[in-house]
Every structure is written in C-alpha cells, then in structure tokens.
Design a protein around this ligand. Sequence first.
Ligand code: GTP
Ligand code: MG
Length: 471
Amino acid sequence: MGMKDEVHGRSQPGQAEPKVKNKEVVALEDAEAQEEMEANKKRHLNVVFIGHVDAGKSTTGGQILFLSGQVDDRTIHKYEKEAKDKSRESWYMAYIMDTNEEERVKGKTVEVGRAHFETETTRFTILDAPGHKSYVPNMISGASQADIGVLVISARKGEFETGYERGGQTREHVQLAKTLGVAKLLVVVNKMDDPTVNWSKERYDEIESKMTPFLKSSGYNVKKDVQFLPISGLLGSNMKTRVDKSICSWWNGPCLFEALDCIEVPLRDPKGPFRMPIIDKFKDMGTVVMGKVESGSVCEGDSLLVMPNKAQVKVVAVYCDESKVRCAGPGENLRVRLSGIEEEDILSGFVLSSVVKPIPAVTEFTAQLQILELLENAIFTAGYKAVLHVHSVVEECEIVELLQQIDPKTRKPMKKKVLFVKNGAVVVCRVQVNNSICVEKFSDFPQLGRFTLRTEGKTIAVGKVTDLPVA
Ligand code: GTP
Ligand code: MG
C-alpha cells in the first residue's frame, strides 16, 4: 500500500553495468559475504522526506542518489530529455525518485519512493513521501517506517507561506511525523538558489523563526531534536559538500550529508519480543512480506506468528536492502520469505510477531487523543466515526465513549463529565474497530501504540493507546 518498487541505482534502465555483481559470482561469494557483514556493521537509519507539495522532496532525494554515485550522467541526461518532452524541464532530478508514469506526467509523487545510500558512518533508507494532500495516507505509511525526518521547505516567494498556512501540508506532516515516532527532524530550507531567494539570509532566518514555535508546539524539542540548514536540491548545493562562500557567505553550519552523518539514532532493543508490522506482501517462491522491524530480531529458520490470525509460520529467508542476510535487528526494513501461510491470508496491517510474546490483537482499546482540527460543524462525541491509522493498519473506527477530558495546562483529568469536545481538546476515550487489529500500549512500544484519526481526508486527531482489554 502506497509503496512502489525500490529505486536501485544499479538496476535503473539505461544505466551503465553494475560495478561487481554477476561477474565471477563464485569467486566473489566470500568477498560479498564479507562486504555484507561490513555493510551491516554500519548503523542503519530510515529517513522520511516530508513537506508540502512541490517543496522539492523528490528532487532532493534524487540529488542525494546522484551525489552518492548511484545514478550516472547518462541516466540524468535521459531524464532531462524525458522531463523536457513532458514540459517539466526542472523535474528531471525528481524523476530519479518518481518512477511511475503518472508521477512524471503530473510532477507529483503519489506512492512512497524508496532508495538506499551510504555515508561514512551510516546506511540510509530514504522514503520519499508525497506532499499532495490527497496522498496523506501514503505519507503516513512512509513516516511510520522512519526514524528521522527531513522536512523540506521551499524558500521560494509565496511557497513557504502556502505550505505553512492552516491546511498546508508543512503543518500536517510535522504533526503526523511527531505522532508516528519520527524522533528527529532536519529542516532543509530548499530552493535557496531560486531568483526570489538568492541565498538570502533574511529569508532563511524568517523561515527558521516562523517554524521554530510551530515545531515546539508540535512536541519537538527544537534545541535537541531539530536542525535547520539551507540547500538547493536542484543544484545540489550544501548537500555533499558545504556551500561555497562565494554563493552563500553567511552559512557556517554543516551540509546535509554531514548533518545526516551525525544525527543520533534512537536506542533499540535487539532482544525485545519480535514485532514487524506488514506493509506489503507478494508471491515470490512462497510468501514474501515487507516491513520495518519495530522490536527484536529475526533469523533464518525462526518460527513466528502472523497476528492477529495467529498463523504459525517459518522464516525461510531474510532480505535487507538488496542483500540476503542471516539475521536482522530492530530498525531494519526487511523482506521476509515465509512458509506455512498463503499470500492471500495476509493483509497489510498484520504483524509478524514472536510466538512466546505475541502482539495483542483487539477490537477495542482506550486512548488519549489530542483533537487537532475537526471538520467544520463537526462535534467530537460518542458515535464519532473516523479512519484509524496505526503503524501499517488502516481501519474504520468508532469512538464509543468519552471517559475524561484532560486539562492541557496541568495535564490532569478534569472533574466534570465530558459529553463532547472541540478543537484542541485532550480527551481519553474508548475506541472500537470492526476487525481485530494489533496494537500495543504506547508506554510499552511507542511505535505500535501511537495513531492518527482522519475523516474525509483530513487528520482530525492524534493519539496514543493507554490501555488494552485484558486478554
Ligand atoms: P511532491 O512529491 O508532489 O510533493 O513534490 P516534491 O516535494 O517531491 O517536489 P519535486 O522534487 O517534485 O519538485 C517540485 C518542483 O520544484 C520542480 O519543478 C523542481 O525542479 C523544483 N525544485 C526542487 N528543488 C529545487 C531547488 O533547490 N531549486 C529550485 N530552483 N527549484 C527546485
Ligand atoms: Mg515528490
């Protein structure tokens, strides 16, 4: 759902032959295994690119792949020509990430693009989310797999303003990212080369000073978890190397690659009970499921459960990025080949889970919700229906009872009985779904216990699971 095939620099059509693979496979096998081990020693981070439509997410993502040597000049020239033929000259860098015809014609990402690159210290998986408001569910699926976010903001005259307005996706994406567990943000102020900006310090400062209070109010600790920097995704300035003083005299901070290199990874427990929400599945010599490991580790040969239907499965093979691995730990985006289950019996939102400590499957839970912005004239009360997004689950839900309202200032429950609430309220309520879903208490597994509620294509609330029925 909302995911297209991965972008592999080396398998792009029209590209020069891959560096090593295929040749002398036998002799290389050992070396390859070695290489794989080495690669796995580097830490791994999932980065989601978020921000308002046309901010330059795909362009910046494409430029990263180009600068890290994964896309050659010939391919770039081909994209330049293709973009020109579609009267979208400036979109050629975005074509590296936007691989669907529809995306290229319209110049808009629809499905989350996925690609890999490495710096000195880190292997990165890039998730390029769509900015258009119609595709927020796909953005949610991308952000739910990420550890950190690159929030792309256009500095071009008028563009920062539209993205930042109420109803703009700069706001919505930040709020969603925070709820979905994106712990840190790099805010890249993009299009600094644009003639309306021309690397102006005033414009950069204006954007930083307007974004800062908003990021704070969305729950980010700006000093610790947020870093701003100026770039030009289209020209590749201040990305792999620091921007030249002749272009931007006032910037003394890092470039994007340096900032990504130093960003600290959240601690993860490789020994926790195994949990991997399934994002997608397909048939390929058995059943293959895709997802990000949220807790624990998985090895070839392991016995696991597919929840909520308690199907017993065996792990036949584990793939991390493009390579087969014996074991993989938390934070990794994997493809896992299973035996003991048919592809038809798996839905996205199911969770590959440890047998000893399976993930709870419920049709009801208690949650603390923060109401963001209800539809006009709507009131939030028992009987309210919305679409629940929690890790890779998308499910219709109903609020069956409001339990208590929380005073946002003191964070304590208010005494008076609550029948309905308005925008901005924090409320504890009971939520029901028709089909069994897998969730955890937020306090146990934040990633599996935080969710969003949407109605008619708008995010109306974010929340966390506070209690589950006793099994
Ligand atoms: P969606 O996927 O639809 O949300 O858009 P996006 O954020 O991926 O933007 P995309 O990369 O498709 O770029 C949108 C337009 O902005 C294209 O015309 C790009 O050429 C232009 N653009 C992106 N980055 C820059 C930049 O650094 N400078 C200038 N001048 N234009 C840029
Ligand atoms: Mg895009």
